[in-house]
Design a binder for this molecule. Sequence first.
Ligand code: AMP
Ligand code: MG
Length: 395
Amino acid sequence: MKSVDAHLADILATVRTLAPLELELERALGTTLAEEVSSPVPLPPFDNSAMDGYAVRAADVAAAPVSLPVIDDIAAGSGELRAIGQGHAVRIMTGAPLPAGADAVVPVEWTDGGTVTVRIDRPVREGNAVRRAGEDVQAGEVVLKPGTTIGAAQLGIIAGTGRRRVWVRPRPRVVVLSTGAELVEPGTQLGPGQIWDSNSFTLTAAVREAGGDGFRAGTVTDDPAAFLDQLDAQLVRADAVITSGGVSMGAYEPVKEALGPLGTVRFEKVAMQPGMPQGFGVVGDDQVPIFTLPGNPVSSYVSFQLFVRPALRKMRGLPAGPPITRSAHLLAPLHSPEGKRSFLRGVLADDGTVTPVRGQGSHQLAALALANCLIMVPEQVTEVPSGASVQVIRI
Ligand code: AMP
Ligand code: MG
C-alpha cells in the first residue's frame, strides 16, 4: 500500500500554481497577491487633524486659558485653505487638512466650542492631534508583497493606495461531483434503498473553507458513460475536480470504470483509515487535476483535508505541505489498524486535551460534525493508552 506522505507528494508534484490574472478589487477577496503593491503618494497624502477641535499655533495657547478669534471652519474634504496667522484659531474636523501656519490641534473637549471666538482651557504640545503626511506609508513604499493572502484589511490598503484592479492568483474553481445510484437530492423524498447526497455539500463547502470557489455539480448515477458526460460538461469551468464514490473494489464503480482506461488517473490503496481507496490524476486537454475520493462521508472529508487542501494551497501560490499538527493529551484509549495511519475524530479542548467522539465509522457523519480535530495514530501503532500524547489536526 502507498503511504499517505507518498500520495500527497505525488499530488503536489502534479498540481500547478494558477497563472496570475488582473481582477477588480471586488473580486479579489481570498486570492493571493501576485505583484508588489506600493503607494504612488504618501499616506495620509497631507497633514490633517486627528480630532475635531481647533487648529492653532501651540505657542499661542501656552498661557491657557486663552480666548482666540475663530477665523475659518475646515471640514474634511476642504480644498482651499487660508493660512492662519499669529493669535488665530480655525475650527477643524477629523481628517480635514491642517492649514498652513498651524502646528497643533486643540480637541474640542478642551474648549468652550465657540465659533466666533473660542476659549481654550489647556495648552497643547506642538504636533498635538496632527497626523503627518506619509506617517502611514511613504510615497513609493511597498505595502504588500506577492504571496500575501488578500483579506479584508489587505483589500483596504490596496484600495487605500488608489488601485482599482490588482494582479492575483485566483481562487481555484473546483467542481464537485457525487456518484452513486442510491443518491437523491436533500429536500426530496427518500425511496427504498436511497440516501440523501451529503458529500457534494460537504466537499463544496470544504473547498470554500480552503480558499477555493466550489461548484456543486450534483450527483450522477453509477453509469460510467453518464459520469464521463457530466465530467466533460463541467471541465470547461474547472481548475480542479473532486468526485466522491465509485472508486472501491466492488461492482458499479463508475469513476474507476470511466477514468481507468484513460490512463491519466491512478487508482491506489493508500495506507490510511478512513479513506483507503484513492484516485488522483489529470483529465481533459487542459490536464485538469482530479481527486477521486471514496464515497463514505467521513472518508471523503478526511481525504479532502489530507490531500485536496494542500493541493489547493499550491494552486493558490501558497506554501503547501501536510496538514499542520499539534500535540494533545488523549483522554480515552484508542485502537488503530496495523499498517495504516488512522485519523480518528476528536474534540480538542482549550486545555490541550482531546476526547475521541463516539462513532468512529467512516459513515458516521453526525459524529464527524461534533468533532473539531483528527487524531493521528501512526501506521505501526495499534493501541494508544489514555493519557498518551497524540498529534492532532484541527478541522
Ligand atoms: P462508494 O465509495 O461509492 O462505494 O460509497 C461508499 C459509501 O458511501 C456507500 O455507503 C455510499 O452510499 C456512501 N456515499 C457515497 N456517496 C455519497 C454521498 N454523496 N453522500 C452520502 N453518502 C455517500
Ligand atoms: Mg457508489
